[in-house]
Design a protein around this ligand. Structure first.
Ligand code: ZN
Length: 383
């Protein structure tokens, strides 16, 4: 089966109805409220029931019957550490919600009924390279009626195109995308730490108690459950940021991408264009094709008389893949301080003329191979 082309629209892709969208969005309000309620509950168990009632000033009954002695300094120390972690989590979450609610990653749809040929795509053709269809035209969203910047994906919950969409997360309170991805990771890491702290503290003191207490056990269960959930999410998100994949791209792994490269000098000789493989070509022949043979699909003239050559990568070549440290820093910031503080935006928000995002190594290899095979040709991306 031929690999699918990234960005191609499925014929039967159905847009969600406004009612479905409203229901989806309502969950992103309800879920955070439930989580806040649970957070309040475990805070009460940990700080009041355990640190104050049990450790700092145990009742006469506890002291006499179970020989529990007051441990005031332990109680205060445990509350202090928890308060610091909780404060960091709440600040991080508020920052995430502030960015989500500012809707900065949501693209405005085009005018109702407007046709593709009447929509302007100039702003996407200003770069040295951009993702396109076979004709060299930037990708188009039929539902929003706009040309999509690279890595944009249509979100069915919001019914809009989202810049560098990762996923819609009702747990966090909305869309995780270009601007929110960094703050989301910081939030889930802190969430995982807070919950791990909760279940560890509860488990330690539950073990020494002879009479088990239902509130303690409930807090332990909540702590363990959310700790597993948040840790898994943090590991997945951190890894995806380092290898520079969004969740959408990870699902589409293996697909091929067409890229238009701006030509600043034409080749001396006409270029041999790629012809689609015929059925007579054996599987063995296809398999022996060199990894660095990237098909040249066509030459196109776009807005402003700018000339591009359209080339295609191979399946499983990730066009945004750089080194893991580079991917991490592009998402989280150059300095370790930025990795922890939910203040500055991801460096990838600063666009250069190269493209919407920093291109991966394979894209530069494609450009170099083109220049090597076509003497005289110069591509802007290598300048
Ligand atoms: Zn769309």
């Amino acid at each position: 089966m031929a690999p699918f082309v990234v960005g191609s629209q499925k014929e039967d892709a159905r847009n969600t109805t406004p009612l479905e969208q409203r229901l989806g969005q309502a969950t992103s309000v309800v879920m955070p409220l439930i989580e806040l309620g649970l957070l309040g509950y475990v805070t009460w168990v940990l700080c009041y029931l355990i640190c104050i009632q049990y450790l700092a000033s145990p009742s006469d009954e506890l002291q006499q019957t179970f020989n529990i002695q007051p441990r005031r300094s332990t109680g205060i120390a445990l509350i202090t550490v928890f308060a610091l972690l909780l404060l960091a989590l709440l600040i991080s979450w508020m920052r995430l919600l502030q960015v989500i609610w500012s809707k900065v990653d949501i693209l405005e749809p085009g005018a109702p009924g407007v046709e593709k040929k009447d929509v302007d795509s100039k702003h996407l053709e200003q770069y040295d390279a951009y993702v396109c269809d076979y004709e060299g035209v930037p990708l188009f969203c039929d539902k929003c009626r706009i040309y999509k910047p690279d890595r944009t994906h249509h979100c069915k919950e919001l019914g809009r195109c989202i810049r560098r969409m990762d996923h819609y997360c009702p747990w966090a309170g909305g869309i995780i995308a270009e601007t929110t991805h960094k703050f989301f990771l910081q939030g889930v890491v802190l969430g995982a730490l807070v919950m791990a702290y909760v279940w560890l503290v509860v488990a330690i003191f539950l073990a020494e108690r002879i009479s088990k207490v239902s509130n303690w056990i409930a807090a332990l269960a909540i702590g363990v459950l959310f700790s597993i959930f948040a840790t898994t999410m943090a590991c997945m998100t951190g890894y995806n940021l380092a290898i520079n994949y969004t969740s959408v791209e990870a699902i589409q792994r293996g697909g091929i991408t067409n890229i238009a490269f701006l030509i600043i000098r034409q080749p001396n000789e006409p270029t041999q264009l790629h012809t689609p493989p015929t059925s007579s070509k054996s599987e063995e022949d296809k398999a022996t094709e060199a990894d660095d043979e990237w098909p040249v699909l066509r030459f196109v003239e776009r807005s402003g008389g700018r000339n591009f050559v359209v080339m295609q990568n191979k399946p499983f070549q990730h066009v945004w893949s750089t080194s893991m440290m580079r991917g991490w820093k592009d998402a989280m910031g150059e300095s370790p301080l930025e990795w922890f503080l939910p203040l500055k935006n991801s460096p990838w928000k600063q666009k250069s003329r190269r493209g919407e995002f920093r291109w991966g190594e394979v894209v530069y290899d494609m450009a170099k191979k083109f220049e090597k095979d076509n003497p005289g040709a110069r591509l802007a991306i290598l300048e």
